[in-house]
Ligand binder design. Sequence first.
Ligand code: GDP
Length: 323
Amino acid sequence: MSLEIAEVHRYELAGKRVWVAGHRGMVGSAIMRRLKAISCDVLTAERDETDLTRQDAVATWLRDNRPDAVFLAAARVGGIHANNTLPARFLYENLMIEANVLHAAHEAGVEKLLFLGSSCIYPRGVEQPMHESSLLTGPLEPTNQWYAVAKIAGVKMCQAYRREYGCDFISVMPTNLYGPGDNFDPEFGHVPAALLRRFHEAKERGDTEVVVWGTGTPRREFMHVDDLADGCIFLMCRYSGEEPVNVGIGEDVTISEFAAMIAQIVGYEGQIVFDRTRPDGVPRKLLDVSRMEALGWTSKIALGDGLRRYYQWFQENRDALRF
Ligand code: GDP
């Protein structure tokens, strides 16, 4: 990446037709909230009308709606158990969505596209914090390799379409996320939602024990999705380059520390026990955010503040959540 080029890059969303693909998901809905501050025309496609895994449906939608800019936040996502047990769905659906949207965006003459990847694209055992340059330097973490392979293909597609067709497609690699719209399924969600719900319900029932998966020793970096959405808008408007850009808060915690933080925020005072029959996954995932900082953006929501906001949102929306 040439920072010189990035520094002079300017893309305005104001006055543009902006498609948020995946607008009902946690990331897409955060981008929708953030776009309210910009006077652009936000476009959405409903899942039951436009299945993004169908090439014809995606091409037709783009031809009919002609967005100028696209945030590609649509994806099949899930926690360590979901990734590990639904390998075909994670690989197939994510590959199809990326291939269909990126190719149709090129054909429809989209000016700018931001593709959302994931920090799990980086090899297991790579030097921490993980720099963008470590992509494809070693073997992947087995529990999320299906998702990672699909997301790596998305990054490569953005690069290929830049090189061959001159498309301004960029990739963003967010760290582990939490926030409004999260999946609170105890088996298939990510660790923040699973633990927030488990500790909350344990407190309500007066349970004396809460189970946390694995050994508690893996380290993860957690970012509030509103922080990511702000970073995505920043990159859409200020970055143009082939290299992916990491977005994170720059700090990590152990799962054991994270569970203790959630217990404290929820007000749960019982025991925390670790179920070692459950997988730990990758031992550490902390992103090197120096590229993003050099571009002029830093995270604004500290973990403790973000988790308190998260819990407040959970309590206010509990009745509307599907469980
Ligand atoms: P990962 O970052 O791709 O491994 O995804 P997750 O968010 O699913 O898991 C992060 C870490 O949290 C792993 O080490 C899990 O073992 C641990 N963990 C502890 N309790 C839970 C839980 O209830 N659900 C999930 N998904 N992970 C948990």
